[in-house]
Design a protein around this ligand. Structure first.
Ligand code: ARG
Ligand code: ZN
Length: 847
């Protein structure tokens, strides 16, 4: 049942043109397809024609106008070679589908009365018979017939009249980029002129009433289009660019050619309804989907094993963009926090897989942090190794050499080799081998020179017991004991298992290693608290400055958990200095105040040979927060006062950073004033960032019940805002109450569990409440498994994705391991389990 990279073969035929007609009806949509086909010279000989197709009711098949008897099975149709004319021919099919009953949200489905599609990765086969693979690229013409005001598809509009519209996409594309939308929608519109003078009409389509929440997304789109021209020399290539917001969507968004479809939570924003984090995510996702127009659409993937070719690169580009728009230092810290929380966690457990996997059962299970975020890190390393100019040359070559093609990771690496003359054979291991390398460092100073010795270890992962040494770019700087930099950032290339680097040094320097998090590795080095505090105070590299504070906090929390240590002045004073240092960006100070996460702590303890106790981590982390609150307490009201923003809300990075620090201060103060200041801030809040920030501060100290009631009364009819209301009560519930709170909310009349956002807000929030989910009673495990089993028959993709809650089980004690295994076994045995959830459960059990 698994698909293997090694089995790749080009398709037997070429698709020269596709013409589709949709007669839309909720329970009986007719899809007429006319495919112009010819034999593929890359597959000599005569071949049967095999087309993918699932859950289609076949009405007719014709070749060159004549009915043919095709062999139809559960996954497609075959027309034997003898029945095919020699040379080119036209195949026509007519099928019937039922979008209204499509709860999987894949293919053509309905979301609150509106027709929409999601075809990546293999959803097009649920719309019509077709070679549903990314290396088959064709121009599409689409006619939509429906009694609805707005009828959209890819490309440029050809014409429209009452009840119909026609679209033509001149750019050959794979079927996964097909899209169709039909409904009663209104547009927020703008214009854009490309660098070479093409006028582009921009529209964001939403339900009536939501059009005043589109301005930020539109502004982000315009900035993305300009940025891609300026930084990558990439222009837009159609006359229109449409974005549609839908409420029922399995993922964040989708880059369909000329017609991006978005989860409405990543489009709609106003100061009253969206937090600063929401604004930042909207900006990043709008950019991400737009950037796919070149990295994904014009150059696509040969097969789904190459998914990181478009996703890693597009994430890398959206990270660069967000850094340019906001702050590179803050963006890097946030990206690393997320990489460690999601990708390192995946890489260290039973679901570990290479950035380019070589087999899969269900491709939708591989839209992972490894493909996306580690995929982006690998490109960051490449760029560090070849330099800015080498990177620019390689990318130019990539775009000219592969435009219009379906490419591979080999093609991508060859472009870098040809543009820079560098051999990347060893570097390629980053794509083919899973697992997070661990790098140990030793230092030696002999009075004249200073030597750093590195040793890399590449841990075994499922199916990959042995691995070779990786090429690891390690950015280092050296400081002298006064805190002056004596060696500016220099990139060392670690290529062997063990390697030393020498620097002249008349005095013993303090090293700053892995600056900017120059490689996705775990750095292991024995460092005293004094040296960490020194780096927190003096490092010129903002990432490592933050990292020093984080390491100080993690060392302390580990000692609190394992030895009952108490927070001492080294950590408290160091954090106090950063908190009140007005020379530092408030956003950075807010990040420095953030305590290490519980899941992160559990992973670190486990790596150090200690079995983590979730309840104890929770309690000690709380104690840590209280100690910090007592230390900073007297100065917090002044800080909160000073950070109040006078004018109206603006979503820019500067204002957002000030709010982040203010809210962090409010949350700390709540621990010593019983929530008085947070209650006042909540009452005075005129934006969602402060409303939610102050409410969380209250929930964390066991207060906030009245505010929750008022929140619901005010926002009860707003889906995106109510998702926050559901999630935050669970995320901030006491570990002993998290399951009960979740259960109560599953009985709330607005717990519409078939909506993926709402399901994630409730069940996902429990999975993310570390001590609540891993509660010793096992009730957290049971509740999550119950709901996954309930969702699976309706929406396997989202059920499978959320099952990753269980991926960390090997870290915990025998009782918890047994309880998780029992839940995994119960899921595995469920009758009719989907291929999606089935694969995930099997991989997690196989550990
Ligand atoms: N290509 C989309 C993006 O990264 C993600 C869509 C994935 N959808 C899925 N069902 N696997 O923006
Ligand atoms: Zn993407």
């Amino acid at each position: 049942r698994a698909v293997h990279l090694a089995d790749y073969q080009p398709y037997t035929h070429r698709v020269e043109h596709v013409a589709l007609t949709f007669r839309l009806a909720p329970r009986a949509t007719r899809v007429l397809a006319a495919l112009r086909l010819s034999p593929n010279p890359g597959r000599p000989g005569r071949h049967d024609l095999r087309l993918d197709g699932e859950q289609l009711r076949l009405i007719a098949v014709r070749i060159e106008g004549r009915e043919v008897a095709a062999r139809v099975d559960a996954t497609g149709m075959t027309i034997p070679a003898e029945m095919l004319p020699e040379g080119g021919f036209t195949l026509e099919t007519e099928v019937e589908i039922a979008p209204e009953g499509n709860t999987a949200l894949e293919g053509l489905y309905m979301s609150r009365g509106m027709y929409c599609t999601q075809c990546e990765a293999e959803g097009f086969r649920k719309i019509t018979y077709y070679p549903d693979r990314p290396d088959v690229m064709a121009p599409f013409r689409v006619r939509i017939e429906a009694d609805l005001p707005v009828l959209l598809s890819n490309g440029n509009p050809l014409g429209q009249g009452p009840g119909w519209a026609e679209w033509e996409d001149p750019w050959p594309k794979p079927a996964y980029l097909f899209a169709l939308v039909a409904g009663d929608l209104v547009a927020h519109s703008a214009d854009f002129t490309t660098a070479s003078g093409r006028a582009v009409a921009l529209n964001i389509w939403v339900r009536a009433g939501d059009q005043d929440r589109c301005a930020y997304a539109m502004d982000s789109l315009i900035r993305s289009m300009r940025w891609d021209e300026e930084v990558y020399g990439r222009e837009y290539d159609l006359d229109v660019f449409n974005i549609v917001a839908v409420d029922d969507f399995n993922m964040g968004a989708m880059e369909n050619k000329g017609l991006n479809i978005f989860n409405s939570k990543y489009v709609l924003a106003s100061p009253e309804t969206a937090t600063d984090d929401d604004f930042a995510r909207i900006e990043a996702i709008i950019a991400h989907e737009y950037f796919h127009n070149w990295t994904g659409n014009r150059i696509t993937c040969r097969d789904w094993f190459q998914l990181c070719l478009k996703e890693g690169l597009t994430v890398f580009r959206d990270q660069q963009f967000s850094g340019d728009m906001r702050s590179h230092a803050v963006k890097r810290i946030e990206d690393v926090l997320m990489l460690r929380a999601r990708q390192f966690r995946e890489d260290g457990g039973p679901l570990a897989h290479p950035v380019r996997p070589d087999s899969y059962v269900e491709i939708n299970n591989f839209y992972t942090a490894t493909i996306y975020e580690k995929g982006a890190e690998v490109i960051g390393m490449l760029k560090r190794l070849v330099g800015e100019e080498g990177y620019a040359r390689a990318l130019d070559l990539y775009f000219t050499r592969h435009d219009g093609e379906a490419a591979t990771i080999e093609d991508w690496l060859r472009v870098f080799e040809d543009a820079t003359g560098r051999d990347l054979a060893q570097f390629k291991r980053w794509y083919t081998e899973a697992g997070t390398p661990r790098v140990k460092v030793w230092e030696e100073w002999d009075g004249e020179s200073y030597t750093l010795t590195f040793e890399q270890e590449n841990p075994a992962t499922p199916g990959q017991p042995e691995k070779g040494a990786k090429v690891i770019p390690i950015a280092v700087g050296l400081l002298n004991p006064n805190g002056d930099e004596v060696l500016p950032t220099t990139v060392l290339e670690l290529t062997q298992d063990r390697q030393s680097f020498r620097f002249p040094a008349a005095a013993r320097p303090v090293p700053s290693i892995l600056r900017g998090f120059s490689a996705p590795v775990v750095l292991e080095r024995d460092v005293s608290p004094e040296e960490r505090a020194f780096l927190l105070a003096h490092d010129t590299d903002p990432f490592n400055k933050w990292e020093a504070g984080r390491a100080l906090a993690k060392d302390l929390l580990a000692r609190m958990v394992t030895e009952g240590a108490a927070p001492g002045p080294d950590w408290l004073d160091a954090i106090a200095r950063v908190t009140f240092d007005e020379g530092l960006d408030p956003a950075f100070r807010a990040l420095a105040l953030r305590l290490p996460g519980e899941d992160d702590m559990a992973s670190t303890l486990h790596a150090g040979g200690i079995t983590p106790d979730p309840a104890r981590i929770w309690a000690e982390r709380r104690r840590m927060g209280e100690a910090l609150a007592r230390r900073l307490g007297p100065q917090l009201p002044g800080l909160i006062e000073a950070l109040a923003e006078p004018g109206p809300f603006t979503p820019d990075a500067r204002a957002a950073g000030r709010r982040a620090l203010r809210i962090a201060a409010l949350a700390l103060l709540a621990r010593v004033d019983g929530g008085r200041a947070a209650r006042a801030a909540h009452a005075a809040a005129d934006n969602m960032t402060e409303e939610v920030g102050a409410l969380i501060a209250l929930l964390e100290v066991g207060a906030g019940q009245e505010e929750l009631v008022a929140f619901e009364a005010r926002w009860g009819r707003d889906r995106n805002v109510m998702d926050k209301w559901f999630a935050l009560q669970i995320a901030h519930a006491h570990p002993d109450q998290a399951v009960a709170v979740t259960e109560a909310l599953t009985r709330h009349p607005d717990f519409d569990w078939k909506n993926p956002n709402r399901f994630r807000s409730v069940i996902g929030a429990l999975s993310a409440n570390h001590a609540g989910f891993h509660h010793g009673s096992g009730a957290g495990y049971r509740l999550v498994a119950d709901w996954l089993l309930r969702l699976d028959p309706l929406n396997p993709q989202t059920a499978a994705r959320m099952s990753t809650a269980f991926e960390t089980w090997p870290r915990y004690d025998a009782d918890r391991q047994g309880m998780v295994q029992a839940e995994l076994a119960r899921m595995a045995a469920a009758p009719g389990l989907s291929r999606d959830l089935g694969e995930m459960v099997a991989r997690m059990r196989g550990a």
